[in-house]
Each structure stands twice: as structure tokens, then as C-alpha cells.
Write a protein that binds this ligand. Structure first.
Ligand SMILES: Cc1cc2nc3c(=O)[nH]c(=O)nc-3n(C[C@H](O)[C@H](O)[C@H](O)COP(=O)(O)OP(=O)(O)OC[C@H]3O[C@@H](n4cnc5c(N)ncnc54)[C@H](O)[C@@H]3O)c2cc1C
Ligand SMILES: *[C@@H]1O[C@H](CO)[C@@H](O)[C@H](O)[C@H]1NC(C)=O
Length: 514
């Protein structure tokens, strides 16, 4: 006993001092000296974070680049990629870039990324600056009372579900296993279990955040509450979120899977959908996402992915009309979230080398009028699909999702500004091979967007909400939250980021002044 004590005591002492040294932030003047000596941010980063900074010749740099969902993001080339392992690493990196940016040292602008699923260039990558790739911060820890789960700020949903499921637990999250947890959450989040638990952002109890001066803070309903609220839809404008603490709940297997229908059934489908999506009918256990897919300019089928409670017989009343329609195929069975999330991942779009676009709109659900709008929206979408048939490798889908008041108002402390009515979200997802087709695709989709907005206005169904996670680069999701929410977000930005690092040194994504 005495011997082992004397052997281990110095070791304990040494490791104690080592961790103490790491926990103390590096003095900004030391950083500035180093930055001036090197004249470049990546060199200084490598000095303070050895082994965690990667150059274009490193395999880790290359695999990070290849793991973006779209070619537009892959086409940007940061001078170096930082892969932090701890919150302190993130703080050190942000302090260096912040000090360097303010001293006009070159290459100190930066981007941060989670799963890298935003399609457009620059949202989570940068040319000639620094990208912070959060991939190694992927711990998932359940609290001892099983009521919450802490997720490191670089997780993907599949990893979260794979830890929760053996414990018969779940949390509100994305539908596709490889999509990033952080971006989806701070962008709002519509999801599995939507009805019962509301939007993903409103399920977060606290965040750990690295601010623009490198300070680490906790933001919750009781500590830094304005920051907590701002992160419920305010995206990458306030800091790097290193940990998300979400509510967890018990979950056994439940009904899920897909039902595909012939396109000839579309008018009956629209009538079903507007009823399903109305607050007064909305099954709080249900989630539904309905895709129309085109192949070579020809509409091929309607593909519905449906989920509900496992305690009832299939189909429960909300889904009965859908189940009774003509079917091409169905995979409805009882299963667990990761099973369903992997199923969608296999049918989702190609993940490599394709150029991608998401574009979204919102319209009010007024029953029959909205069903008629959906039918006319289909015709407008079809016209665009026909015109784009010469785009090589084009995959073109139009998706409807319910956004009833009972869903978005649950636990709401967010800044999305959704108010009063039942809505339906409309999403276009396009994917194609050649970057030389990008401008043509963007131009035609902007024309379609304008046509759809005009039709909404004409039918008195217009709502200006733009869901950030589905927005195209030219859309303005944050200003769609309304003037009051914009003012609030800007005041939080001034309070927590007085030097405006996340507005100026982080140019990518949707900014507060766009
Ligand atoms: C196949 C597919 C399926 C999808 N399914 C769903 C779905 O079911 N529900 C839904 O709501 N959305 C869905 N989306 C949209 C998705 O929410 C967005 O693409 C989201 O941005 C993905 O998050 P990410 O972490 O992968 O993205 P990234 O592109 O890495 O990040 C998005 C933004 O968040 C910032 N960011 C990332 N991590 C952090 C962090 N730790 N701290 C601060 N800022 C950070 C980035 O700078 C960037 O601006 C899907 C998208 C795809 C491509
Ligand atoms: C960092 O910024 C926050 C928010 O403005 C502030 O409260 C904190 O005192 C700052 N820390 C340092 C070391 O300047």
C-alpha cells in the first residue's frame, strides 16, 4: 500500500498539473506574439494545438473534406482543418482566431462544421481560412436519472440513437442517421416524434458554448437565458456549441417505415394530407414526410415515411386513409429509431461528388384550398422538372411535411416566430452531377420559388417563414423570423460577442445582417 502510494503519488501530481495547465486559458498576449512571429493563423494553431491541426497533405484533412454531403462544400479548401478533442481545444482555437482576426493576421477567418449537411458552399467550410471540424466531440452520455442526454457538439444522429437504444431511451432528433446533430438542432429541427415533443431545438435544456473571446459558458433557462433562446433557431451566429443537453424519454419499438403510392393517386393524397396536418386532427404520436419524386422529368411516385406509437394496431385512425389508398410498396413494421434512420439513409440522395440544393417555402393549411394549392404547386414543380431534364444526373423531389400549431408551439421558447396558424412545409431537394449546371439549376428554382409565392398570395395562403435547415443560399431564413426576433438575436449577439467575431470572422451560413 505504502509502496504503491509512493510510486503513484508523483504521477497523480504530474497529471494534476498537466490538466491544470490545459484548463487555464492561454494569455492573449502570448497568442498574439506567436501569431506575429508566424504571420499566419494555421501555424499558430499548430503551435498551441499540436496533433490537432491538419494540412491538405494530411489524410485527416482529405477525409474531412470528402465527408461533406455536397460537392459545393467540398470545392472550398481551408488552409488547415482543426479537429478539437475537448471544449478547451475549441476555446484555444477560437481565442487564436479571434485575436488573430482582430490583429489582421492573415488566414484567421474560420468556419465550423457538424455533420456537414448544409448543401451550399461556405455554410460549414471556407476557402483559405480555418475549418473547425467537430467530428471528434461525439460523446453521448445519459444522466443517472435517465431524463437527459448530453451530446458532444460533433455528433451525427445515428451515433446518438445507437447509444440511447440499448437503454430503451430516445430523444427528439433527425430522421437520417448520418445527418449532423448540431446544425439540425440550432437551425430549429423537425423530426421523429414531432407531434409529442415539438421541434428539436425546443427539447434542449442547456448548451455549453465557446464564445467569440474563447470563454466557455453554459446557456440554459436559468443561466445566460437569452443565449439559450437565441440558439433555438439562430444557427452559427453566437458561438461554437460544444455540448447539447437534451431531454430523453423512454422508447420501445414503434410503427414506422415507408408507403409508396402511384402518382395517379395524387389528388386523393392531397385531400388526405391537409386533413392529417390540421391541428384538430393531428395525432400527437405521428410524424409524416411525403415526397414526390421525378425521374428524367417524369413524376414517378409518392413516397411517404410515416411513424407512430407502437401501442396501437396499424393503422391508427390518422393513417387509415393513407393505408387504404392504392400502394406500390410498403415497409411499415415495428422497429427502433436507428433502424428507421438507416432505412432513410439508404434511400436518401447520393452522398459523394453530387451538387445539391435544398429550397423551402411555407403555406397556411386551410383544408380544401390548401389541397388545391398543392395540386397547382405540383404542376409548377413539374414544369421546372421538365425544363431541367438535360441536367446530368438530376434527382428532383418535392416534399410536404405538416407544421401544425400543436407541433411547433410545444415547449416553444424559440425565435422562429411561427404564430397562430397551421402550416405546411414545402421542400425541394435536388441533386446533380456537374458543377457547370449549378447556375442553371439555381436560376430555374428561383423562378419556381417566385411562382409558388405568387400562387400562395393569390390563394391567400402565404406565410413568409423560411425553415433555416432547408433554406437555399439566396433565401433569408433569419429575417423571416420577424423584426422582433431579429432585434432580439442582434442584441444577444452584441451582448455575448461584442467584437462580432461570429458575424465577421465567420462569414459562412445565414448571418444576422443578411
Ligand atoms: C439527407 C438529409 C436529411 C435531413 N433530414 C432532416 C430532418 O429529418 N429534419 C430536419 O430538421 N432537417 C433535416 N435535414 C436538414 C439539416 O437539418 C441541415 O442540413 C443541418 O444543417 C444539418 O446539420 P449538420 O451539423 O450536418 O450541418 P453543418 O453543415 O455541419 O452545419 C450547419 C450549420 O451549423 C453550424 N454548426 C455546425 N455545428 C456547430 C456547432 N457545434 N456549434 C455552432 N455551429 C455549428 C455550421 O457552421 C453551419 O452553418 C436533412 C438534410 C439532409 C442533407
Ligand atoms: C468574454 O465575453 C463575455 C461576453 O461578452 C464576457 O462576459 C467575458 O467577460 C469575456 N471574457 C474575457 C476574458 O474577456
Amino acid at each position: 500500500m505504502a509502496v504503491s502510494f509512493s510510486i503513484f503519488f508523483p504521477l497523480i501530481l504530474v497529471s494534476f498539473f498537466v490538466s491544470l495547465v490545459h484548463a487555464v486559458p492561454i494569455d492573449p498576449s502570448t497568442i498574439l506574439n506567436q501569431l506575429k512571429k508566424n504571420g499566419a493563423c494555421c501555424t499558430a494553431l499548430n503551435y498551441f494545438l499540436p496533433g490537432k491541426v491538419f494540412l491538405p497533405t494530411d489524410i485527416k484533412y482529405q477525409s474531412s473534406q470528402l465527408s461533406y454531403w455536397s460537392a459545393q462544400e467540398q470545392s472550398l479548401h481551408p488552409t488547415c482543418i482543426v479537429i478539437p478533442e475537448t471544449t478547451q481545444d475549441v476555446s484555444t482555437a477560437v481565442t487564436i482566431m479571434s485575436v488573430g482576426y482582430q490583429a489582421s493576421i492573415s488566414g484567421c477567418k474560420f468556419a465550423m462544421r457538424g455533420g456537414g449537411h448544409t448543401p451550399f458552399a461556405g455554410a460549414a467550410n471556407i476557402d483559405g481560412g480555418v475549418t473547425i471540424d467537430m467530428q471528434s466531440m461525439n460523446s453521448v452520455t445519459v444522466s443517472s436519472d435517465r431524463k437527459s442526454v448530453s451530446m458532444g457538439g460533433g455528433n451525427r444522429w445515428g451515433n446518438v440513437y445507437s447509444v440511447l437504444e440499448p437503454l430503451d431511451l430516445a430523444t427528439v432528433g433527425g430522421r437520417v442517421s448520418y445527418v449532423g446533430m448540431p446544425g439540425l438542432t440550432i437551425g430549429g429541427g423537425v423530426s421523429f416524434f414531432s407531434g409529442r415533443y415539438g421541434l428539436v431545438c425546443n427539447n434542449i435544456q442547456s448548451y455549453e458554448v465557446v464564445l467569440g473571446n474563447g470563454t466557455i459558458v453554459t446557456a440554459s433557462g436559468t443561466a445566460n437565458a437569452p443565449l439559450w433562446r437565441a440558439l433555438k433557431g439562430g444557427s452559427n451566429n453566437f458561438g461554437i456549441v460544444t455540448r447539447f443537453d437534451a431531454k430523453a424519454f423512454s422508447q420501445s419499438d414503434y410503427w414506422g417505415g415507408s408507403i409508396s403510392q402511384p402518382i395517379t393517386n395524387k389528388e386523393a393524397f392531397f385531400d388526405f394530407f391537409v386533413n392529417f396536418a390540421a391541428s384538430e386532427n393531428f395525432d400527437s404520436y405521428a410524424a409524416l414526410i411525403s415526397d414526390f419524386a421525378w425521374v428524367a422529368g417524369v413524376p414517378s411516385l409518392i413516397h411517404n415515411v410515416a411513424y407512430t406509437n407502437g401501442d396501437v394496431a396499424w393503422p391508427p385512425p390518422a393513417y387509415a386513409p393513407l393505408d387504404a389508398m392504392p400502394k406500390l410498396a410498403t415497409t411499415i413494421r415495428k422497429g427502433m429509431t436507428s433502424d428507421f434512420a438507416d432505412e432513410i439513409a439508404t434511400i436518401a440522395l447520393p452522398t459523394e461528388d453530387h451538387n445539391n440544393l435544398l429550397m423551402t417555402l411555407t403555406f397556411v393549411n386551410k383544408g380544401d384550398v390548401s389541397a388545391s394549392f398543392m395540386s397547382q404547386a405540383f404542376d409548377l414543380a413539374n414544369a421546372a422538372a421538365v425544363e431541367l431534364t438535360t441536367v446530368v444526373g438530376l434527382i428532383y423531389t418535392m416534399t410536404f411535411q405538416p407544421l401544425p400549431q400543436v407541433l411547433y408551439s410545444k415547449n416553444a421558447k424559440d425565435v422562429l416566430g411561427l404564430d397562430g396558424e397551421d402550416y405546411i412545409n414545402l421542400l425541394f431537394t435536388l441533386s446533380w452531377t456537374l458543377p457547370t449546371d449549378n447556375d442553371r439549376v439555381y436560376a430555374r428554382m428561383q423562378e419556381l420559388e417566385a411562382d409558388l409565392i405568387a400562387l400562395e398570395k393569390q390563394m391567400d395562403l402565404y406565410n413568409d417563414f423560411v425553415y433555416l435547415n432547408y433554406a437555399a443560399q439566396w433565401q433569408k431564413p433569419i429575417s423571416s423570423y420577424g423584426a422582433e426576433n431579429m432585434q432580439f438575436l442582434k442584441s444577444v449577439s452584441r451582448q455575448y460577442d461584442p467584437k462580432q467575431i461570429f458575424q465577421n470572422a465567420v462569414p459562412g451560413g445565414f448571418k444576422l445582417n443578411d
